[in-house]
Design a protein around this ligand. Sequence first.
Ligand code: BTN
Length: 243
Amino acid sequence: LGQQLIYQEQVASTQIVAHDLAREGASHGTVVVAREQTKGRGRMRRYWESKDGLGLWFSSILRPSGVEPKRASQLTLVAAVAIADYFAKNNIDIKIKWPNDLFINGKKLAGILTEMQAEQDAVQYIILGIGINMNHQNQDLFESDRNKSTSLHLESGQMFNLNQVLKDLLVELEAKFDLFIDEGFSKIKQQWESYAYKLGEWVTVRTQEEWDAKVFGIDEDGALMVMDENDKIHHLYSAEILW
Ligand code: BTN
């Protein structure tokens, strides 16, 4: 990843730039990174704050051969494990909150947004967007969700060189994708579970109604497995969890 690395000062969203490039035929591994995003986007059409130079905001174009569209969501989990591994190597303890939030000391540090373009049951390309709050020196720098968001600096006291972190992360991401393509999801699944947030703990699941369940792990598809009060196991593909 990052054989083609495109730096931008300010963009609406690196996702949009990456989609445009992919449509024009940009190759697998092209990465777009920006110092600032004015319309950073998160999952479920949420806004993702991406202030100038405070974090890593980047999108990678992936053209995974032989990955069916329904397996594409697993790539989000693959990326989450790669990021958690990177931080673990730097003695920073990260938890992954299903499906794709990275948590540190109970607060949100990073998020992943995977967008897929598929035609006739074949993946054309995937845009893997990653946002990591790095050098915010003050909680007030977060405008929304101030109490639930944090940066690596706030948690570790260190300042980070964004270019270096990006370089190292891309190596980690590439290695993890290779593992996924070569050996499938089962190894990733094990690794994912070793980082799982609230594994074995009770949470509230919101489907049509709200019910309590114990987090059990993920299945071979990457769906969250929970156990209800009657010991019945449920596989959740898109439920909202009130963690
Ligand atoms: C989420 O937690 O909901 C996902 C957040 C993803 C943010 C990244 S930052 C780089 C890329 N460009 C965007 O506009 N979003 C993703």
